[in-house]
Ligand binder design. Structure first.
Ligand code: ZN
Length: 340
């Protein structure tokens, strides 16, 4: 198919700079995204044109080639590894694998749902300009939200109140009303509103994830982007999709081997430690970690055993431990260096 003029598609002049191109793309992509226009074939087609146009104009080499030769790079453009026009869903995650913007509220429900496609679209938008949220998009708002570890790992609904600068309705954000300073916003064009919101957090979000709350931006057309931080847990640690923790065991358990109860994020799991286990040894419970939002795979639970010496002092204890001392065949520190 012949491709349309990308400048025309994005509605920007040929002199448009990166920021202007990106802003136009962002505005149009949101407007025509299939998720917000379910079943609308013309919107879908338009969206593909927009994505294809942006593919060219965001890439200095492709842009130059287009400007000079009118070449849209079709067909194959495999060499650059860039997603083909219309195939943006397969694009590389690149920088954005750390961030997981969740899908737009689809359909009539207006809630939000996870959408891998959207993550690509937004990751692309977010990765460019220093990770700013809603850069150049004055209808959106941004806020930070700290959520409990439990909700991040298992999913949940988090309620919070956000202070959102809303475009002043009286002056429509101009700051002027009836040729004077707008009395409602005193000329700033915005009024800060505190709103109580609750957001469904999908299981697996992490610090750095972003969640979009549709329709809660500066205007009713804009969205609120939440930058998520996860509270640390006093016991469970997190490394990507894996959980790491430590389990204390007694000397007899370590020496003889034992079946112990290991706490995991979804409740205790019985596990065997083998005879002769040493302090610091690490064991894995496969699939007991965190479900990855993107891949749907589940991480593992790693627990490190810490062998604890008995602390009760008694005559009998002394005898037992002296006997225990005979089980060490040689000086444990014999092979350590004596210094530098
Ligand atoms: Zn005003």
């Amino acid at each position: 198919m012949a491709m349309k003029d990308p400048y025309e598609v994005l509605g920007v002049p040929r002199t448009a700079g990166d920021a202007e191109v990106k802003k136009a793309y962002r505005r149009l992509a949101r407007k025509f995204h299939p998720d917000v226009n379910p079943g609308d074939a013309s919107a879908s087609k338009r969206f593909q044109e927009i994505a294809a146009a942006y593919e060219i104009l965001k890439d200095p080499k492709k842009k130059e080639r287009y400007d000079r030769f009118g070449d849209t790079g079709e067909p194959p453009d495999a060499a650059s590894g860039a997603p083909r026009p219309g195939a943006w869903g397969a694009g590389p995650f690149g920088d954005a694998s750390r961030t997981s913007p969740f899908g737009r509220g689809g359909g009539a429900g207006g809630g939000f749902r996870w959408s891998g496609d959207f993550s690509d679209l937004f990751s692309d938008l977010f990765s460019g300009t220093g990770g700013g949220i809603g850069v150049g998009e004055d209808e959106d708002a941004a806020a930070n939200l700290t959520i409990p570890f439990r909700d991040a790992v298992l999913g949940g609904t988090v309620s919070f109140s956000a202070r959102i600068p809303r475009r002043c309705a009286r002056c429509r954000g101009t700051g002027r009303a009836a040729k004077a300073v707008c009395p409602a916003c005193h000329g700033s064009g915005a009024l800060v509103e505190t709103e109580s919101l609750s957001v469904r957090v999908p299981a697996g979000v992490d610090t750095g994830s972003r969640i979009r709350v549709a329709g809660k931006g500066r205007t009713e057309n804009g969205d609120l982007y939440l930058s998520i931080a996860v509270e640390p847990h006093p016991y469970f640690g997190r490394e990507g999709d894996d959980i790491v923790a430590e389990v204390p065991v007694t000397v007899p358990e370590a020496y003889l081997g034992a079946e112990i109860e290991v706490p995991t994020v979804r409740g205790p799991v019985r596990a065997r430690i083998p005879a002769g286990t040493l302090s610091g040894q690490r064991f894995r419970l496969k699939g007991r970690g965190i479900e990855n939002l993107r891949t749907g795979t589940t991480g593992d639970h790693y627990y490190r055993v810490r062998v604890i010496a008995p602390t009760v002092q008694s005559e009998e204890g002394r005898r037992l431990v002296e006997a225990l001392g005979k089980l060490y065949p040689r000086d444990l520190r014999a092979e350590l260096p004596r210094g530098l």
